[in-house]
Design a protein around this ligand. Structure first.
Ligand code: CA
Length: 223
């Protein structure tokens, strides 16, 4: 999961990025329109938090642009404007949500999780397989599996997007801090670890390779 924060108040954007990191979200910070457009050009985002008033223009420009390029990306506008006309204008520009400043951080997280449809528990349970992202723990038939770090995060991401083919690029953007600084074979390494440490010892298949397109969570296979 990757989030772009476009906010020129430095204390606020740092607090947001650090807080979101604790919830397992990677985020990038842009302090103006120009930097935001740069990030949007090089990385894929699941969600964008954008402040309306930016030093070099209106955050609503980003809303319009993102929605034209990728309507599925969730865009939440943050603003100190508390009149209803402003709120309506933001929604008309394409915003998915509008949060007035000052806001409570827990409420912000709850709203963005609702937007991303991961409300409630983050534990993933598929038949006898339980993935607990908060504790970085995998349990299969009451047995704990030693899979940690990036391979764990790759498995969790795929399991959250089951029934979808996830490309290497999307995995890099969602999980690696500086996705353009690593080669896509780090994904192959992570997938290999999943197969060696989880699938093989347990005699199950959790991830399948879809040629030239990426990977798919496929447990329980054939079900
Ligand atoms: Ca501002």
């Amino acid at each position: 999961m990757r989030i772009l924060i476009v906010e020129d108040e430095i204390t606020l954007n740092r607090t947001l990025a650090e807080g979101l990191k604790e919830f397992g979200y990677q985020s990038d910070i842009a302090e103006n329109l120009k930097d935001a457009l740069y990030y949007l050009d090089i990385r894929n985002y699941d969600l964008i938090l954008v402040d309306w008033m930016l030093p070099d223009g209106s955050g609503l420009e980003i809303v319009t642009q993102v929605k034209e390029a990728n309507p599925k990306t969730v865009v939440i506008v943050l603003s100190a404007r508390d009149d209803k006309d402003s709120e309506i204008e933001a929604f008309k520009a394409g915003a998915d949500d509008y949060i007035k400043k000052p806001f409570d951080f827990d409420v912000l997280v709850a709203r963005l999780e609702a937007r991303l449809r991961f409300g409630g528990s983050s534990i993933i349970e598929v038949e006898d397989l339980i993935i607990n992202p908060e504790e970085e723990k995998i349990i299969y038939k009451d047995r704990e599996v030693e899979l940690k770090g990036k391979p764990f995060e790759v498995l969790t991401h795929l399991a959250r997007h089951r029934d979808q083919i996830v490309s290497k690029e999307q995995l890099l953007d969602a999980i690696w801090e500086e996705p353009e600084l690593v080669t896509p074979n780090v994904i192959e390494v992570a997938i290999n670890q999943i197969r060696q440490k989880l699938d093989k010892p347990l005699g199950i298949t959790t991830v399948e390779t879809v040629r030239r397109r990426g990977y798919r969570f496929c447990f329980p296979k054939g079900a």
